[in-house]
Ligand binder design. Structure first.
Ligand SMILES: NC(=O)c1ccc[n+]([C@@H]2O[C@H](COP(=O)([O-])OP(=O)(O)OC[C@H]3O[C@@H](n4cnc5c(N)ncnc54)[C@H](OP(=O)(O)O)[C@@H]3O)[C@@H](O)[C@H]2O)c1
Length: 364
């Protein structure tokens, strides 16, 4: 066999060169070279120099298996996407893989009767961009069970302004409300407030009537966060939080994106029966606390995991985000729209805290 490998599953038999111009799949099927459709993708691979991403042209046949082929219109860049693409965090479970934990687009083909060509859909989490080719590409192919119709009240682009960041903020608020986070318990603190999850959480909470204290390490976004609905915007340091196991109750609850010492301090300052939603680790993954806030104040720490949220709840949260949880200021929260070919420019800047709000990737 003298086949020349063109792509993962596609081989060209040189004896046909100039004659039939045929390509041979390793399945034995021949197709004409000019019928091979390739598309642009941000592909991440493990090299001898570490994990790297690259923009490549690839054929549909190389994508992970799935029943639904989607022409991606928009994706986004979350903290996790940036960690994965740069190798600054171990996010991907297999290589090579297209990055992107979110996508919104139009069904191209489906062998599952629930979806028809032309349907507007979205996918987030479920392993997309971690163990399955993701949304930072012009095309994606995914299991039908992961696909969610674009909710009423949202456009495909708005879905990606929200993306996993918005979904996670919505999920955190849902969990807090399920655990009786009433407005009278006091203000909700949002940490890492100028980021994607933080900005959307501030907007959603203020619309629901909660008083919001937005904590940001960057003073240049005070006005931005006030416009999103925060009643108070300040730095964590200016709150002069204590370090004792139990401190004066100041807050009704917390949505935390940064982890570490700040999270421990906020738990100690949470009022009776308040909820602390733990989302992120932008400043650290350790949590050094005591049991006192839990056993003496009934404080709950709620875990929020967007990746493996059960599908019925995932659909319900997306539908709510097109309705009662829809942020009022998506136009302000969307700070950049970047073409897929330029996505590389975003990753390091986001991790180095040089971005705010949400970045949408235009994959069309
Ligand atoms: N659990 C889940 O399912 C889930 C889902 C989505 C995201 N996350 C996590 O949630 C966090 C936020 O994600 P995102 O997409 O919103 O990221 P993002 O847009 O980059 O926002 C992160 C924010 O955290 C603050 N921050 C960054 N570096 C920091 C540092 N070294 N120390 C203290 N604060 C720092 C910054 O806010 P200020 O400058 O305003 O302080 C930054 O804007 C990340 O840790 C991410 O991994 C978890």
């Amino acid at each position: 066999m003298n086949f020349v490998r063109i792509a993962q599953n596609i081989y060209f038999d040189p004896k046909f060169e100039g004659k039939y111009d045929l390509l041979r799949y390793n399945t034995g099927i021949f197709i004409r070279r000019d019928k091979i459709v390739t598309f642009l993708a941000c592909r991440i691979d493990k090299t001898e120099h570490g994990v790297k991403h690259q923009l490549v042209q690839m054929p549909l046949e190389d994508l992970c298996e799935g029943e639904v082929v989607i022409r991606v219109h928009y994706s986004g860049v979350n903290y996790k996407d940036a960690l994965g693409a740069t190798g600054r965090g171990q996010i991907l479970k297999q290589f090579p893989l297209n990055g992107g934990i979110d996508l919104a687009g139009v069904v191209e083909t489906s062998v599952d009767a629930r979806f028809q060509p032309g349907d507007e859909v979205l996918v987030n989490g479920c392993g997309l961009g971690e163990s399955h080719d993701g949304g930072l590409a012009e095309m994606a192919r995914v299991p039908a069970d992961w696909v969610i119709p674009v909710p009423h009240g949202l456009t495909m682009k708005e879905c990606m302004v929200l993306g996993t960041a918005g979904f996670t903020a919505g999920l955190a608020i849902h969990r807090m409300q399920e655990n009786n986070q009433s407005i009278d318990k006091g203000p909700i603190v949002v940490t890492g407030a100028s980021g994607g999850v933080g900005s959307i959480a501030v907007d959603m909470l203020s619309q629901l009537g909660y008083e919001v204290v937005a904590l940001s390490g960057r003073r240049e976004f005070d006005e931005y966060l006030s416009e999103l609905g925060a009643s108070k915007v300040c730095s964590p340091e200016s709150l002069e939080l204590g370090k004792r196991p139990l401190e004066k109750g100041l807050f009704g609850g917390v949505i935390d994106n940064v982890g570490g010492e700040l999270l421990a301090q906020l738990i100690a300052h949470t009022n009776l029966w308040g909820n602390v939603a733990s989302i992120g680790l932008a400043s650290g993954h350790r949590l050094d606390t005591t049991v006192f806030p839990f056993i003496l104040r009934g404080v709950s720490v709620l875990g929020v995991s967007s990746t493996n949220c059960p599908m019925p709840l995932r659909r319900a949260i997306w539908n709510k985000m097109g309705d009662s949880l829809k942020p009022k200021h998506l136009d302000k929260i969307l700070t950049e729209t970047v073409a897929l070919k330029d996505v590389s420019s975003v990753f390091d800047a986001l991790l180095d805290r040089q971005k705010h709000g949400r970045i949408v990737i235009d994959c069309r």
